[in-house]
Design a binder for this molecule. Structure first.
Ligand SMILES: *[C@@H]1O[C@H](CO)[C@@H](O)[C@H](O)[C@H]1NC(C)=O
Ligand SMILES: *[C@@H]1O[C@H](CO)[C@@H](O)[C@H](O)[C@H]1NC(C)=O
Ligand SMILES: *[C@@H]1O[C@H](CO)[C@@H](O)[C@H](O)[C@H]1NC(C)=O
Ligand SMILES: *[C@@H]1O[C@H](CO)[C@@H](O)[C@H](O)[C@H]1NC(C)=O
Ligand SMILES: *[C@@H]1O[C@H](CO)[C@@H](O)[C@H](O)[C@H]1NC(C)=O
Length: 505
């Protein structure tokens, strides 16, 4: 019960009205990791200590097949808060600096819809999306008006901001979005704190101190190396640094949940934890492979306790978050168009029914255009049951590498080893990483690492055709301007259709 409600209840005690008041209150806390993956006890990684995520999983349904619709920061955050893929909401790439991507002005985002429904909105941490009128928050402490290290990595600072938000006297239900900057890399921007900013605030000379953080250190021998990362001493040391930063976020999550509890909201609040995109390693972030799109996702509802501690195998997407939160608050999605008369439809589903029983969901879609402005490498993908189809539209180009990942120890080591002809201890080679086939089809049951492309295998022709049909249908449904690329042109006037280019593809 909030303090205000408590005061109300005291006043109304004896009138039997407290119950009615309480029932109207339903809140949401959305916690986002930045480039986070499955490095937690909640996902059975026993090499890292994440007691707070583990405890949250005990009161959550844990999703085994949750995916982002795009493996890049701003596009993912925009999709998360609009329920629309990047090609539909307009956030084609990164928002900050010269990348300058923004969502379309008419997009009706979650914070906008909640504000119209008289729900109080707050954001603490990394925002990385715009324009401001599309993503308005009533309470905002972000990189736009503060230091990203403070609002996104200093867990004491974050705790105090959460407290400030929860202490504000306001009768409205709330949506609070806590977007950690941990465990993002920082070797590109603040190398003095280590490759993952794992030293920031650890109390050592020049590092500052985060009073609530007890740093955990890991050695290269401690870590579990995922199949898509080279098993080398350099990559292991990189992962060990990432683990320390994940430990800080985990303790931060513990502090945020403790604030929620102390303020009396734990039993009224839907808590969702997930991450924006794959981890910043080869085949991770910026890729639509499983390794770049699979996300941790914990959904904790105080009203659905019978699923606590269970694992769901349903295929779910970050595009499902908007329908879920609107469902929780019983707010309908408006009928509107972004351009012309094409009505916008959400293609995700509310996850609340999954909190009652397992649904038969086995399909998710992804769509990527850019990361940095120079990194134009459009891809579309569908995962259906054990099959994964990736369409690389500009497959004749080398796959682009972002600045932050480029300077990472893991990638530098991979480059050095490749140049000097040393063993890379990697499951791929750089040539095949850069040069991809137009269609990549994998059978994840036989080939979970997605190495053997079956797109030209005659035995899989029907599967390939079926997945192409599913993918194209979703592209049309979501008004994808790329729906005819790369071998056709979309002619939209009168009845939209693809016209052939005869460009030899
Ligand atoms: C963790 O391992 C247990 C025991 O094998 C399994 O039941 C559970 O589904 C796993 N959790 C996840 C999230 O994969
Ligand atoms: C950031 O903006 C909020 C208003 O949303 C304001 O209350 C706060 O003081 C600002 N913080 C800083 C550091 O300017
Ligand atoms: C973290 O935030 C707290 C509270 O604002 C402050 O005292 C501390 O100095 C900050 N630590 C760092 C490393 O900035
Ligand atoms: C929390 O909510 C559940 C379901 O809404 C209810 O059964 C339970 O009694 C509540 N617990 C507390 C401590 O208020
Ligand atoms: C890669 O090679 C360069 C040049 O020889 C060297 O300076 C750098 O330390 C190496 N990096 C790694 C991670 O091995």
């Amino acid at each position: 019960m909030s303090r205000l409600e408590f005061a109300c209840c005291v006043l109304l005690l004896g009138l039997g009205m407290c119950l009615g008041l309480r029932q109207s209150l339903r809140n949401v806390l959305l916690i986002l990791a930045d480039d986070g993956g499955f490095e937690s006890g909640a996902y059975n990684n026993s090499a890292i200590s994440t007691p707070h995520l583990n405890a949250l999983a005990q009161r959550s349904l844990t999703f085994h097949n949750a995916f982002t619709s795009v493996s890049s920061c701003s596009p993912s955050r925009a999709s998360l808060l609009t329920g629309l893929p990047q090609h539909q909401n307009g956030m084609y790439g990164l928002h900050q600096n010269d990348h300058h991507f923004n969502s379309f002005d008419k997009v009706q985002s979650l914070p906008l819809l909640l504000r119209q429904a008289n729900i109080r909105t707050g954001i603490i941490g990394k925002k990385h999306i715009g324009p401001e009128p599309v993503y308005p928050f009533d309470f905002a402490y972000t990189e736009e008006n503060g230091s990203i290290l403070q609002v996104g990595r200093n867990i004491t600072h974050i705790k105090l901001l959460v407290r400030k938000f929860l202490e504000t006297q306001d009768e409205r239900p709330f949506f609070l979005y806590v977007a950690f900057h941990d465990p993002h890399r920082c070797g590109h921007s603040q190398p003095m704190y280590g490759p993952f900013c794992e030293k920031f605030g650890n109390g050592e000379s020049g590092m500052g101190w985060i009073p609530d953080w007890v740093p955990q250190t890991y050695t290269p021998e401690d870590v579990q190396v995922p199949y898509f990362i080279p098993d080398t001493p350099v990559a292991r040391a990189d992962l060990a640094a990432q683990y320390t930063t994940i430990g800080r976020m985990d303790q931060g999550i513990g502090l945020v949940l403790e604030e929620l509890k102390v303020a009396g909201f734990l039993n009224d609040t839907l808590v969702i934890f997930t991450s924006d995109n794959g981890i910043p390693f080869p085949s991770g972030r910026t890729n639509l492979y499983w390794s770049g799109t699979a996300e941790p996702m914990l959904v904790s509802s105080p009203e659905h306790r019978n699923r606590w501690g269970q694992v769901s195998k349903a295929y779910v997407s970050l595009l499902d978050i908007v329908p879920t939160i609107l469902d929780w608050f019983s707010i309908p999605y408006p009928s509107y168009s972004i351009f012309g008369t094409k009505t916008v439809h959400l293609t995700g589903h509310s996850l609340l029914p999954v909190l009652m029983s397992e649904p038969p969901w086995t399909t998710v879609f992804s769509s990527q255009s850019h990361h940095e402005v120079t990194m134009y490498y459009p891809m579309r993908s569908v995962l259906h049951q054990n099959f994964h189809l990736v369409h690389n539209l500009n497959f004749k180009m080398p796959f682009p590498i972002d600045q932050d990942f480029y300077v990472s120890p893991t990638f530098q080591d991979l480059l050095n080893r490749t140049r000097s002809g040393q063993q890379t201890s990697w499951y791929k080679d750089l040539h095949h990483y850069y040069y991809r086939d137009r269609w990549e089809l994998y059978d994840r049951k036989q080939d979970p690492w997605e190495i053997q492309n079956l797109a030209t295998d005659p035995n899989y022709r029907e599967v390939l055709e079926m997945l192409k049909v599913q993918l194209t249908k979703w592209q049309w449904e979501t008004n994808d301007p790329w729906v005819c690329a790369p071998d056709g042109v979309l002619e939209e006037k009168l009845s939209p259709q693809c016209q052939p280019l005869h460009n030899e593809l």
